[in-house]
Write a protein that binds this ligand. Structure first.
Ligand code: SF4
Ligand code: SF4
Length: 103
């Protein structure tokens, strides 16, 4: 899982449609991200769309479960077998992976 939704979520629903993988749904208390579908938007966008639209910054990286960019890329290919996803098509923040992790 690359992204998660915090308890600050206000259930506004704004992040659902922008997700290219239909990974976000309503949970018991707040919205949730299906870790088997989240690719951090790799293969589709340069920035995670949920985090981009969330008005309360509830969509954040799960630092306890960082996944390598190639894992996310393979997941994107598997979720979208008909979409052409170049091997280099991952977000800029992964190209600065150490910075991204705060190292
Ligand atoms: S980071 Fe992208 S793929 Fe993951 S839940 Fe957010 S919008 Fe969906
Ligand atoms: S956009 Fe943010 S506040 Fe709205 S449902 Fe998604 S995570 Fe919750």
């Amino acid at each position: 899982m690359a992204y998660l939704i915090t308890d600050e979520c206000t259930n506004c629903d704004k992040c659902v449609d922008p997700c290219p993988n239909e990974a976000i749904s309503e949970g018991d208390d707040v919205y949730i991200i299906d870790p088997t579908k989240c690719t951090e938007c790799v293969g589709h966008y340069d920035v995670p769309q949920c985090a981009d639209v969330c008005p309360v910054d509830s969509c954040i990286t799960d630092l306890e479960n960082i996944e390598p960019e190639m894992t996310l890329l393979e997941r994107a290919k598997s979720l979208h077998p008909d979409k052409e996803i170049p091997a280099s098509d991952y977000p800029t923040h992964f190209k600065n992976f150490e910075i991204y992790r705060g190292e």
